[in-house]
Every structure is written in structure tokens, then in C-alpha cells.
Design a protein around this ligand. Structure first.
Ligand code: NDP
Length: 240
């Protein structure tokens, strides 16, 4: 029986590439998403991955969603906390809702998914949790106090939970992507994006499958000695 993996925000962008990679690696994949049913349907039709809708920032909805997945497919051995949003703006323009939504979904989602799946992984003596952080959680970014704080929080969350899982065969790691060519980055104005790309030593945006390859390694049997780490995949932009 193949191991069951949930990829949050798995229907588009980086998450979708992670689903495709982990499926090729032999996992049974469930993609979660928030509300874009068309993208989810397209994902199901083109990848064969089953897609389930719930808001990872909603604690009860996440517990219920994960319980449903476990009931249908079996115990969840792998969680990739990839779902994330931006609500950019300088501090003086940022509303409390902009702050709270990003903290609730980007950081709270990691807590909610881990509450649902980590205890079972520990009991069964094997598990993999991979949290998608960001270069902007490592280095900060103008206009992103909410996003940078949430992503930075993910890196601390990862190191703390790694210590709780280490003796039970559960590894917890993070990946900090640099700028990757997805819808999220397409929302950045062209003139700003040009300046960003100019600062990437390899001279281009990353591709979603380049993040997926890192996730694939961290979810493998062979990565059992890697825990509490952050893998930076950023074209050399920030050497942390
Ligand atoms: P996209 O905006 O392309 O896709 C986001 C995915 O997350 C979608 O599937 C979306 O679902 C889902 N999602 C959003 N909110 C929720 C929620 N509340 N509950 C469940 N699912 C949700 O993002 P990317 O692929 O660009 O980014 C993926 C991750 O990588 C994010 O955490 C992002 O912060 C991080 N990252 C991205 C970088 C980049 O350059 N792109 C750089 C560094 C980090 P739906 O389609 O229904 O909206």
C-alpha cells in the first residue's frame, strides 16, 4: 500500500508540481485547496489527483478535512504545508485583516494540519512534514510585514516540531523558495519583477518543479536523518 500524502494548496502553482512529483514517487496524493473549483477540477482531470476543499486557516474545517481523507484513503503519513496567500502593503496601509488573514492561513495552516496529522504519524512511528516557507521569511521584504512574519514563523515552527517528532521517526523540514514562476509572482508588477530577477544570481525565476524536487527528497525514506532543516531553493539570491 502506498503512503498517503496531503499537499495543501495542491491544485495550482508550486503545490500542483509537488503533487505531480510525489505521485510519480509512488505516494497516494490528496490536494487541498481553498475556493478555486475550476483549478481543482482541471487538476483532477489532468493529474488524477483527488482534490478536497477546505480552508487550512480554519481549525475545525482542517480537522474534519483530514479525518475525511484518512477515512477514505487511510492514515496520512506525509503533509506538505504549501497553501499560502499574500496581502501586501506597507505597514501604514496594511489593515488588521491583511495581517490576520496571512497569519491565519500561512502560519495557522501549518498548526492546524499538524494538529490533525502529527499525532498519528508519531503513533505509527513514521511521518514527513514539509513546510513551505519563503526567502522573504528569511530576509524580510518591503511591503510584507505580514507575509515575512508568517513565513519566518514557519521556520521556527519547523525547528520546534522537529524536536517533538525526532524520536518517533517523524521528520519536519522547511523549504524556503526564492521567486518562482507561478500566479502569485505573476501578480507582481512587471517593473518590480524585472528588478527582482536582476538580483537573482542565476538570472531567472525558479520553476515550480524545482521546489517539488526538494520536497520529494525530504519525503523520501533516505531523508530520515534530515530534520529541523530549511532547504533554500532560490537561485543563489539569499545565502542563508
Ligand atoms: P498560488 O497562489 O499559485 O497557489 C496557492 C494555492 O494555495 C492554491 O491552490 C490555493 O487554492 C491554495 N490556498 C490559498 N489559500 C488557502 C487556504 N486558506 N486553504 C487552502 N488552500 C489555500 O501560490 P504559489 O504556488 O506561488 O505558492 C505556494 C506556496 O509557496 C505559498 O505558501 C507561497 O507563500 C510559497 N512561496 C511562493 C513563492 C513564489 O515565488 N511563487 C516564493 C516563496 C514562497 P485556490 O486555488 O482554491 O485559491
Amino acid at each position: 500500500m502506498s503512503r498517503v500524502a496531503i499537499v495543501t494548496g495542491g491544485t495550482r502553482g508550486i503545490g500542483r508540481a509537488i503533487c505531480e512529483q510525489l505521485k510519480a514517487d509512488g505516494f497516494t496524493i490528496i490536494a487541498n485547496y481553498a475556493g478555486n473549483d475550476d483549478a481543482a477540477q482541471h487538476c483532477e482531470e489532468t493529474t488524477g489527483v483527488r482534490c478536497y476543499k477546505w480552508d487550512v486557516g480554519d481549525h475545525q474545517a482542517t480537522l474534519a478535512g483530514c479525518a475525511k481523507v484518512a477515512e477514505e484513503f487511510g492514515p496520512v503519513d506525509v503533509v506538505v504545508n504549501n497553501a499560502g496567500i499574500t496581502r501586501d502593503g506597507t505597514l501604514h496601509k496594511m489593515t488588521y485583516d491583511d495581517w490576520h488573514d496571512v497569519m491565519r492561513i500561512n502560519l495557522g495552516g501549518c498548526f492546524n494540519m499538524s494538529k490533525a496529522c502529527f499525532p498519528g504519524m508519531r503513533e505509527r512511528g513514521w511521518g514527513r512534514i514539509v513546510n513551505i516557507g519563503s526567502i522573504n521569511g528569511q530576509a524580510g521584504q518591503y511591503g510584507q510585514v505580514n507575509y515575512a512574519a508568517a513565513k519566518s514563523g514557519i521556520h521556527g515552527f519547523t525547528k520546534a516540531l522537529a524536536q517533538e517528532g525526532a524520536k518517533s521517526g517523524v521528520t519536519v523540514n522547511a523549504i524556503a523558495p526564492g521567486y518562482i514562476d507561478t500566479d502569485m509572482v505573476a501578480a507582481v508588477p512587471d517593473n518590480v519583477l524585472e528588478k527582482i530577477v536582476a538580483k537573482i544570481p542565476v538570472g531567472r525565476l525558479g520553476q515550480a518543479n524545482e521546489i517539488a524536487r526538494g520536497v520529494s527528497f525530504l519525503c523520501s525514506e533516505e531523508a530520515g536523518f534530515v530534520t529541523g532543516s530549511t532547504m533554500s531553493i532560490n537561485g543563489g539570491q539569499h545565502m542563508y
